[in-house]
Each structure stands twice: as C-alpha cells, then as structure tokens.
Design a protein around this ligand. Structure first.
Ligand code: SF4
Length: 684
C-alpha cells in the first residue's frame, strides 16, 4: 500500500481535500483530509464513493478519427490543420472552444491563451456559464471585479445564514454540514428562501417558499425596510441618483409579500431576523444565478449587504457558492468568453498588457460568444471548427435538442474527454483521450477561492494525456511553438502566477504563497492557500473611485401562466449524482439514492391531472418533451414541476431535462434561465 496522496474531490465547488491511498491496481481508499481548510476531514456521499468510479469501463483510451484508432501525431495534426484552414478561410471568429469547470486551472490557462492570444478570437466559453456567470456579472457591477466576498470561515462566525436558491444539503453537502455544526455550537439562525421545501428548508428556522422569479422584489423590500429603520446608508458607496427614491414606492411589506406570494408575517420575521443580526451571510447558488434575471437578483443581494455594512467583516458577506470543482480557477485565467485573463477585461490597456506578456501573435479585441450564443452560431453555420473539452453539452445545455442538431451539422467537431461515448462525442470527427481525476496534476480554486493541488495517484491508462498537454500540442502544430513550450503543469502555473502580477501594481497578484510555489518542487508540495482571506476588510473596492456601487435593480413583471403551458418547470440536482453521471453513474452505492429521474408535483395538482404517485407522465415544454416517473411532493408549490438534470440517452429512455429547458439567457451574464420554463404534464 502506498502513502496517502493529498488531492481534492472531483465534484462540487466546496473543494474538499481528500487523502487517496492506492490499495491495488486501480483501487484506492478515500478519506477526507483533516488538514484541508474547506472540509477539515468531512466528505459527502459523492466524495466518499469516489473509489468506485476509477475503473476503466467506458474509457476513451486512444485518439480516434471517426471510428478508427489513430496515432496522437495523426490526430493532433488533423485538429491543427482543420482549425488553421477554418481560420484562414473564414477568420478567427469561425472557430470556438467550449470547455469545462472540470478542467484544472493549467488546462484552462493554455486553452484560453491559444484562443485569445494566438487564434485571435475570444470564442472560448465554459459550462461554468451555466452555473455562476450571473454572480460574476453582479460582482463586476458592484465591486468592479469578480471578487467572491465570503468564505467558509464566515459561516462559522455568522449569527444568521440566509440560503437563497440553494438546496445546500444536497448540492454542497459539506458546507451544509458546516452550517449545521455552527447551528449546534452557536445557535446560528437559518433562513432558507426557495420555492421548494427541500431537505435544506426542512432544517431552517424559517422557510420562505418564494414565488419563482420574485427575488429582486424580496431583497429590494428588505433593503427598503432597513433604510426605513436607519440600518442602511450610503457611506463609502457610489449611489446613482434616484436609487433610494426608487425603493420608496411599492416596496412596503404588504406589496412585497404579495409580489413574492408570501405570508406577510413570515416576511416580517425575515426582516426582523436580518435587522437583528449584523453578522449575516447570504449564501446563494443556482436558484439565483440560473435565471434570465440572474444578474439583477445577484445585485439585489449585494446592494443589501453593501448598504447595511454586512460585508468585509467576519461573519458578514454575500457569498456566491459555485457548482463545479474549478469554476473559480476558470474565472481566474479567463475561461469565460467575456473576460481576458487574470481577471482582466477587454479594455485597451488590458488587451495591450496581456498581449505583451504573452507575446501574442493575434490578440482577441472583444468578448466572444457566450455558451447559448455559441451553440446558436454553430447551428447557423458560423462556427466551422469546434473543440469541446470535458463536458457534455448535448445533454447539459438548455434546448439540448437544438444543440445536438447544431453539433451534427458542424463541419468539424473535436471532443477531448475521459469517456469514449457520450451524447456529445457521437458527433465528434476527432476524439482525444484525456486524463481523468486521479491521473492528472494541477490546481483548482474552490468557491471561497482556496487554491489546492489536485494530484495524480494513478498511472495514465492507454494513451490518455492531460488536457494542458493536448492543447499545447495542437498550438505547436498550428505554428505557435515558442509560446507553448510547457512540459509540466508547474510551468503553466508559473506563467499564470506571473501574469496575475504583470503591470497592475500588484492589484491582482497571487499572494506570497503562490509566488513561492512557482518552482517545480514547491508546486509539487503546494499546500492549500486562500487568495483573499477577508475581501474588502479595508473598505476599498477595485473600482475607479475605490468605492463599491449600489446598482439599481427593479423587479420585472412575472409571466402569467400560458393556456397551453399552465405549469412552470424548475430543474436541479440530486444528492448523489453529478452532472450527466459519467462518473457518479459508475457507483452502485450512489445509484441507490434515486434510481430513476422523477418529476415532482404537488399532490393537489397531481390529483387534478389524474397523475398517480409512481405513474409515468410526459413533461412537455415548447422545446421538447420527455418521460418521467411521477412523485407527489407536498413541498412543491402549486403549478410547479421539478426534474433532475442528470439523465442522458445512454442511461434512460426518459428523464431528459436538457431537452425541456428553454434557452433564454440573462442579458448581462448570458446565463440561461434553467429554473423557469413554461411546461405541461400529461399521463401516459
Ligand atoms: Fe466532493 Fe463537494 Fe462532497 Fe466535498 S461536498 S466531498 S467537494 S462533492
């Protein structure tokens, strides 16, 4: 038996530390790392059963051109040639990368550098667009930069925790365990704001089953209340003219309760709890972000915390918690089409600085296509070559049926992945075998911006290679040899760390620990460290004035139910599954929690529609339809359905939520509104 290797979990943005001890050929014992600051030894069911998911069943082990095995040289040459030809004939914006929060920071960095500094387009977007880009846009509007303003330690120090749009018990279980521990030790109050009465809501002091889409009204109403009570002021804030006046009308308790479909006494209790506890953390997730009003909803929360001074001190913060293991790392190196690198935007100085640092041959000069628009462009024939890394958009994108048609019609699709056959890779002209969790080395950044090393403890199987290597090889073959000299992930990290400190007066520099970790040995031994232990403690923000901004946001009218689509569809995760189940689906023990995809419906709605508990029903939206097994659930609001996001054609004949969700997106962030699609349900 080998020594334990310190690494991090493959799944969610909590970023738990793991000790992995190899016990045999592709056999490993998994334990929580007691020394990791994210989890202090705790793990949830998904992390605990990671050892059941490291077999080679279904793995892509060799490069494939069509259905034929090919050498790496041949496959890489083909990818480089087809991208070069598309760019030469149609320009740099005719190609695109669609990447993933599953990638390590080093993978992300190299892909971003190739697209934005050498191909000359910003058409690289990530599945993190679907997860937290509204939080990014909200942070930039309020703080001037995408800074996460809370940390897990704030949860320990808070007197009140408000969870908004988050079934934390299922989706970020170790954070939930930490909240429960704080409640047991300190009596921390807990308010859950969620249309559904989830397992998380069951444990709360107060559950507000808010009308979906009315969160701006809720938080504006609370801010108006705080203002009236003398708890909100504009000290050290940039406040646009008319901001407070706009809160003066229609934000009284009764109007807000009506808009949000809440009992006024419950809303008043929430107001009183918030007013009584300066140390409040508002932790928000997909229920806020995955909305066509997501960015405004984020800013309504940030406005409240800024104006009431609940930020920058221990136990007081608005806190966006990310879904994926390395969504944050992607944000830091520019994995979103809307940012450049090292948290820089597309201002002239940023473009010049990053271009000079990279010795770029062709710099992107404007933001690229965000995920929904990117796949629309594929469908319209504007993208001639597309490279998808470590993600399954044929299942996970909204209106996934249209995404499939787009992929089928795209002239050249490359998929680098761990799995041989996915709903996406069936459309690939070239498949490249990528290293999996446990086989690859690099760094990840979790929700609170703790950077940790993810370490290999298994040999690379077959001909699999790390993503940073694959992208670098293609870049070299495209003619950019000197800019992609990387032989080890430590070399990529070193360049990324230097870029964060380049020509910005240290404003975005990784801290001293990161700079010390740029030697190979130091990188190998890097311990987890925090980027920003207490953001905004000095009251200064990265805006031109140094002050945070209050952003005027107004509740938009809520759609009335349509005659043909009388219900609304909400979507989300199950406790023991992850994304499209390519890894968690391998674990028999994880499958026990939910064996098939259910559509949850209030019993009264079910009775009116003659839908028996356990019967099959067809859920339809304007985008498509799919079969689900009916589950009566009194915690559903009337008129609403809930389905899980995980199942694919490979696992089941029904349960295809991606086919149902509409692809409308938030105008600021481009994040699709998965939570609120018009729908109907009928017995079969
Ligand atoms: Fe892994 Fe998230 Fe569970 Fe931690 S909470 S063990 S990171 S899935």
């Amino acid at each position: 038996m080998s020594d334990a290797v310190r690494t991090t979990c493959a799944y969610c943005g909590v970023g738990c530390g793991i000790r992995a001890t190899v016990t045999g050929e592709r056999a490993v014992r998994i334990e929580g790392d007691p020394d990791h600051p994210a989890n202090h030894g705790r793990l949830c069911s998904k992390g605990t059963h990671l050892g059941e998911t490291i077999g080679l069943e279904g793995r892509l082990l060799h490069p494939m051109i069509g259905d034929r095995r090919a050498s790496w040289d041949k496959a890489l040459d083909l990818v480089a040639r087809r991208f070069r030809e598309a760019i030469a004939e149609h320009g740099p914006d005719s190609v695109a990368f669609y990447v993933s929060g599953q990638l390590l920071t080093e993978d992300y960095y190299v892909a971003n550098k190739l697209m934005k500094g050498f191909i000359g387009s910003a058409n690289i977007d990530t599945n993190s667009r679907l997860c937290m880009s509204s939080a990014v846009a909200g942070h930039m509007r309020a703080f001037g930069e995408d800074v996460v303003s809370g940390s897990y330690a704030d949860l320990d120090a808070a007197d009140l925790i408000v969870l908004v749009g988050s079934n934390t018990a299922w989706c970020h279980p170790v954070v939930y365990q930490r909240i429960m521990a704080a409640r047991a030790e300190r009596g921390t109050k807990l308010v859950v704001i969620d249309p559904r009465r989830t397992e998380t809501a069951e444990e709360a002091d107060l559950h507000l089953a808010v009308r979906p889409g009315s969160d701006v009204a809720l938080f504006n109403g609370l801010l108006a209340h705080c203002r009236a009570e003398g708890l909100a002021d504009a000290a050290n804030l940039d406040v646009p003219a008319g901001f407070w006046e706009a809160l003066g009308e229609g934000h009284d308790l009764w109007s807000t309760a009506q808009t949000c479909d809440l009992v006024p006494a419950d809303l008043q209790r929430f107001y009183q709890l918030f007013a009584a506890h300066p140390r409040t953390v508002t932790l928000f997730s997909q229920g806020i972000n995955q909305s066509i009003r997501g960015t405004d909803q984020v800013n309504a929360i940030l406005n409240l915390h800024l104006a009431t001074g609940r930020i920058g001190t221990p136990g007081a913060a608005p806190f966006s918690i990310t879904g994926q293991p390395n969504a944050m790392g992607g944000r830091e190196v520019g994995g979103l089409a809307s940012t450049l690198a090292a948290h820089r935007g597309f201002g002239a100085q940023d473009i010049a600085d990053v271009g000079r640092f990279w010795a770029a041959e062709r710099m992107a000069t404007r933001p690229g296509l965000k995920a929904v628009d990117l796949f629309r462009a594929v469908g319209e024939g504007r993208i001639k070559a597309l490279w998808i890394m470590a993600t399954n958009p044929a299942v996970s994108m909204p209106d996934a049926g249209r995404v499939r048609e787009a992929l089928a019609a795209c002239p050249f699709v490359v998929v680098s992945d761990v799995i041989a056959q996915t709903d996406t890779s069936v459309h690939a002209h070239v498949r490249l075998p990528a290293a999996a969790w446990g086989e690859k080395d690099g760094t990840v950044t979790n929700s609170e911006r703790t950077i940790s090393r993810q370490r290999a403890f298994l040999p690379l199987p077959g001909e699999a290679k790390p993503d940073w290597w694959i992208v670098s090889q293609v870049a070299r073959r495209m003619g950019f040899r000197t800019a992609f000299p990387f032989d080890r992930p430590a070399e990529v990290w070193r360049e990324h760390a230097r870029l964060t400190a380049y020509r910005n007066g240290g404003a975005r520099m990784l801290d001293l620990q990161a700079k010390a970790a740029i030697g190979n040995q130091a990188y190998d031994e890097m311990a987890p460290f925090s980027w920003h232990p207490q953001p905004f403690a000095d009251g200064r923000y990265p805006t031109p004035s140094g002050r945070a901004r209050l952003v005027p946001v107004a509740q938009r009218p809520l759609d009335a139910p349509l005659r043909d689509w009388p219900m609304t569809l909400n979507t989300g995760r199950y406790r023991d599954q992850w994304h499209t189940m390519t890894r968690t689906g391998l674990s028999p023990r994880l499958a026990r929690h939910r064996e098939e995809p259910l559509v949850e419906i209030h019993p009264d709605d079910a009775a009116a529609l003659a839908l028996a508990d356990g019967a099959l029903a067809r859920v339809a939206t304007p985008q498509g339809n799919s079969l689900f097994r009916v589950a009566h659930h009194a915690g559903q609001r009337r008129g609403e359905l809930f389905t899980p996001i995980h199942w694919t054609d490979r696992q089941s004949r029904g349960g295809r939520t991606g086919l149902l969700a509409r692809d409308l997106a938030d105008p600021h962030s481009g994040q699709p509104g998965f939570k609120l699609s018009p729908a109907r349900i009928t017995p079969v």
